[in-house]
Ligand binder design. Sequence first.
Ligand code: SF4
Length: 300
Amino acid sequence: MNQLEKLKKLKKEKNAIILAHYYQNADVQDVADYVGDSYYLSEVGRDSDADIIVYCGVKFMAESAKILSPKKKVLFPVHGDATCCMEHQATPGLVLEMKKNHPNAKVITYINSSSEVKAVSDACCTSSSALKIVENIDAAEIIFVPDQNLASYVAEQTDKKIIPFDGQCNVHHKVTLENIKKLIEEHGDIEILAHPECQKEIRDVSTYVGSTAGILNYAKTSPNKELIVVTEKGIHHQLKKDSPEKSFYFPYMVCSPMKRVFIESIIDALEDEKCEVIMDEELIKKAKVSLLNMHKYAGG
Ligand code: SF4
């Protein structure tokens, strides 16, 4: 029996599903039952009747799946440390200090954060749902944690006062205008699609700014055959699946924590039901409120 047959058999025997983020290795995306951005995957995990969720992504995603489905077994088959850099930037103490300085503000936390930070937040958001949640939550002032670029992107589109935390994604934030100009020199003045975690100078020269799902949708429907894409390179796999005839050009953008799941590690974890996400019940209860509010305010 080859690896893929083995995986298929294991999934059936254990009533398991595999969820993978668009930034995962291409072969992992190919064996997943659902591939998507963190918002979509959070809904799939929550609504699934599987007994086991194998989460291929980074730690905050697997923990979010566990928080939303505490009765399911969530396996996180990674090699080494697979945390998003933003999980380490905001801490509950720093968030509570901001809250003390802005007592009328509500805290909206990007899902790319630790469960402990989620536990002291009013609502979570993803890049695709951030604006909707800011508009729908009942507060005129919002403390936005931890991504300063997503915060400024949202602030440009709302009348509410956005108080940003000083965090950022190391992969998106480091892309400069120079990097983009170089791509334009090489490939011509073509459409640029960027993730809102990019700095303002990148967003300002982009034709489209949106989540990974939004970028994929835009790229699929664009009449253009060549596009510059400013987000993590793993998305290239889905872009090419959707539009094999198109060419996509990227600045160097690789999120190494996202590349720590392999087919072998998935099989290994499923066979012995190991790499399980174990969380404190009290933490689950507290962090769940902000994740449920994310779905409530985003209408999901
Ligand atoms: S690309 Fe950035 S935001 Fe996404 S998981 Fe990696 S470090 Fe976190």
